[in-house]
Ligand binder design. Structure first.
Ligand SMILES: [Zn+2]
Length: 205
């Protein structure tokens, strides 16, 4: 059981780091900026963020929501997205982890397909979350945001060509939403993210 709890902590920390990366994607991708350069910096004073202030959720709490250098407030959305990333990853991985531990106690080896399902669900969840928040910011979603999710979708839908084509078409349509309608479309896309969060539980029950 110690391994089970250790894995839960690992998945939360891993998910919170993914949430932190998602904050970068949500801001930089629609603004045609590099995802890796420059390193994280304060948008107000431009000062690089120290590594210990960049720890997901904790960094914002240590700084009490203000930049260390210019003391300008940092949006609460950053730690919230990190927290959603952590909790969401934990929720998606939980049913798979439970069955993995069960298999191990029964002396069976786990299938790699279980981990591919976790990765697929996680990718769908994070992509929907990022797309929803980009729309909420009234920015245009770049089509390349969807590429990893489309890859997993093709794998999930196997040979059903009609279903395989649904997601790329929906993604193309999402990139063409006019600016004034984007906030309205953000809501169903964010609801879809919650759906992907619940999907492993529905499959599990
Ligand atoms: Zn600053």
């Amino acid at each position: 059981m110690a391994l089970f709890y250790l894995l839960l902590v690992f998945f939360f920390c891993f998910g919170a780091s993914l949430g932190s990366f998602l904050n970068v994607v949500i801001w930089r991708l629609p603004n045609k900026m590099s995802l890796s350069f420059p390193a994280s910096h304060c948008p107000k004073c431009g000062h690089p963020i120290r590594p210990w202030h960049n720890i997901p959720v904790l960094g914002w709490l240590i700084l009490r929501g203000k930049c260390f250098d210019c003391h300008e407030p940092i949006s609460v959305r950053y730690p919230v997205v990190e927290l959603i990333g952590g909790v969401g990853t934990l929720l998606i991985a939980f049913p798979y982890l439970a069955s993995l531990i069960f298999q191990m106690t029964q002396g069976e080896s786990s299938s790699w397909e279980i981990w591919l399902s976790v990765a697929a669900n996680l990718c769908m969840f994070l992509t929907s979350l990022a797309a929803g928040l980009i729309l909420w910011d009234r920015n245009r979603i770049p089509f390349r945001l969807f590429l990893p999710a489309i890859g997993f979708w093709v794998w999930l839908m196997q040979n059903d060509m009609t279903l395989i084509l649904v997601l790329p078409v929906v993604c193309v349509l999402l990139t063409f939403i006019p600016q004034r309608l984007r906030r309205g479309f953000a809501i169903p896309v964010l609801i879809l993210a919650v759906g992907w969060l619940l999907n492993p539980f529905i499959c599990w029950l």
